[in-house]
Ligand binder design. Structure first.
Ligand code: PMP
Length: 395
C-alpha cells in the first residue's frame, strides 16, 4: 500500500544522529556502567507540590475533555507571564495551550507555511526541527551559524537565504549550543523578518535557564508581536517533560486558526495537567529557581574545569542545560570523539554532528547528572581529549 510522501520524508533516513545514545543505552542494558550526558532531561522529577495539585484536580473531576484552547485559568496565567516579560499586552486570546512545546512548534509551522514554502531554521538545531517543518508541508532550509561567531546567527546570511521563505525558526537560550542570543542579534533578525515579511517562530522553552546575560523575547521588539509566534513549555522550566504541556503565543487571528487545528488533531491537553501547570506557574520564583539552580551550579563548575586546561574549548555557556565543547584539537570529528569516549571512558555525549553540520568537531554535554559525578566526568573528558590531542600532534 502506498504511504504518503509527507510521512515517509519526515526524517531524511540518514540516521537521526542518536547512534551514540542508542549504543550507550545498549551497553547499560548489558550491565556496563556508562555515565550518560546525552538527553535534555532533569535528574530530578516533577516537584511533589505540582503532583499534589495534579492529583487534587483529577480527584475533583477534571478528567473529562478540557476546553480545546486550554483552560481559561492557564491561558490567563500564561498571558500574564508573557505580558510581564515582554511588556506587550497579552490576553488569553493570544494563547493556545498545547501538548508540549513540540506540538506547539508543529502547530506554528502549520499556521504559516503552505506546501512548497520555505521554513528557515539555524544550524546547529534541535533534532526535531527539520521534520517539524517538513511535516507541515514546507521545505526546510538551514542557515549556518559558526563556532567563530559563538553560534550567534548572522542576519545578513539569513536574508541572503530567504528567497521563497515564509518563516524563520529560532531558539534562544539555544539547544544544542547553550548560547543566548544578544539584543543586537535579535534586533538584526527582527529587521530581516520585517524586510522579508517572515514570520518569526521563537522557541523559548529554555527561557528560565539563563546563566549569563538576559533572555529577550522577540515578541517585545518593535512591530514584532504581530509577526512572532512564541513557543513555550512547562517541560524545562518545571521539570514536567512527561506531562506534555506547552503553548503558542501569537496574534489573536493565528490563535483562532490554531484552535481549529487543535480541534482536529490533539483535542486539547488534560485538564488536571493544566491545573498542575497553573499551580506551578503561580507557585513563585523559588520553585522555578530550584529547578534551574542545579544547571546553574554545574555550569559554574564546568567553566572552572574548562578554564584550567587548553585542549577543549567551551562555547559561551550562557543558558539551557547543555555545554557545547570544541574538541577539534584532537583531530577527530565530534562523532569519532563521542564514539571513542564511550568505548574508552564509558561516557556518553552527543556528537555535534547530530545537530546539523555547523557544530562538527564539537560535542554536546547535558548537565544532567549530580554535581560531583558531573565534574568528574568533565575532567575525564578533558584528560581524554588531551591524550588524543598529544597523539595527534605527535603523528
Ligand atoms: N524545543 C527545544 C529546543 C527542545 O530542546 C525541546 C525538548 N528537548 C523542545 C522544544 C520540546 O519540548 P517539549 O515538547 O517537551 O515541551
Amino acid at each position: 500500500m502506498k504511504l504518503s510522501r509527507r510521512i515517509k520524508q519526515l526524517t531524511r533516513g540518514d540516521g537521526d544522529g542518536w547512534d551514540v545514545f542508542y549504543r550507550a543505552r545498549r551497553m547499560i542494558t548489558e550491565g556496563l556502567a556508562v555515565t550518560e550526558l546525552t538527553i535534555g532531561e532533569h535528574d530530578i522529577r516533577t516537584d511533589p507540590s505540582i503532583l499534589r495539585a495534579m492529583n487534587q484536580s483529577a480527584r475533583q473531576g477534571h478528567t473529562g475533555y478540557a476546553l480545546v484552547p486550554g483552560t481559561d485559568l492557564l491561558r490567563d496565567t500564561v498571558a500574564a507571564r508573557v505580558q510581564t516579560r515582554t511588556g506587550v499586552p497579552t490576553t488569553r486570546n493570544n494563547v493556545l495551550i498545547t501538548p508540549g512545546g513540540q506540538s506547539a512548534l508543529f502547530a506554528a509551522h502549520m499556521a504559516v507555511c503552505d506546501p512548497g514554502d520555505v521554513g528557515l531554521y539555524l544550524d546547529p538545531y534541535y533534532a526535531t526541527y527539520p521534520g517539524t517543518i517538513r511535516g507541515a508541508g514546507a521545505i526546510d532550509r538551514t542557515v549556518q551559524t559558526t563556532a567563530k561567531a559563538a553560534f550567534q546567527p548572522d542576519p545578513q546570511q539569513i536574508e541572503a537565504a530567504s528567497d521563497g521563505a515564509v518563516s524563520l525558526l529560532i531558539n534562544t537560550p539555544n539547544n544544542p549550543t547553550g548560547v543566548v542570543y544578544s539584543r543586537q542579534t535579535l534586533e538584526g533578525l527582527a529587521d530581516v523578518c520585517r524586510k522579508r515579511d517572515l514570520w518569526l517562530i521563537s522557541d523559548e522553552v529554555y527561557d528560565t535557564q539563563v546563566w549569563d546575560g538576559a533572555h529577550i523575547s522577540p515578541r517585545s521588539l518593535p512591530d514584532m508581536a504581530d509577526r512572532t509566534l512564541v513557543v513555550g513549555s512547562m517541560s524545562k522550566s518545571h521539570a514536567m517533560t512527561g506531562s506534555r504541556c506547552g503553548w503558542v503565543v501569537g496574534p489573536e487571528k493565528v490563535i483562532s486558526y490554531l484552535i481549529t487545528l487543535a480541534t482536529h488533531t490533539t483535542y486539547g491537553v488534560p485538564g488536571f495537567v493544566q491545573d498542575a501547570a497553573h499551580f506551578a506557574l503561580t507557585a513563585g520564583d523559588e520553585l522555578e529557581n530550584s529547578i534551574a539552580s542545579p544547571f546553574r551550579r554545574r555550569r559554574t563548575l564546568a567553566v572552572e574545569i574548562l578554564s584550567a586546561q587548553t585542549t577543549v574549548g567551551l562555547v559561551p555557556a550562557q543558558g539551557a542545560m547543555y555545554l557545547m565543547l570544541d574538541v577539534r584539537a584532537t583531530g577527530l570529528s565530534g562523532l569519532e570523539f563521542a564514539n571513542a569516549l564511550l568505548d574508552k571512558r564509558r561516557i556518553a555525549v552527543m556528537p555535534g554532528e547530530s545537530f546539523g553540520t555547523a557544530a562538527k568537531g564539537h560535542i554536546r554535554v547535558a548537565m544532567t547528572i549530580e554535581d560531583v559525578r558531573f565534574a568528574s566526568a568533565l575532567k575525564t573528558i578533558c584528560d581524554f581529549a588531551k591524550e588524543l590531542a598529544d597523539q595527534n600532534a605527535a603523528e
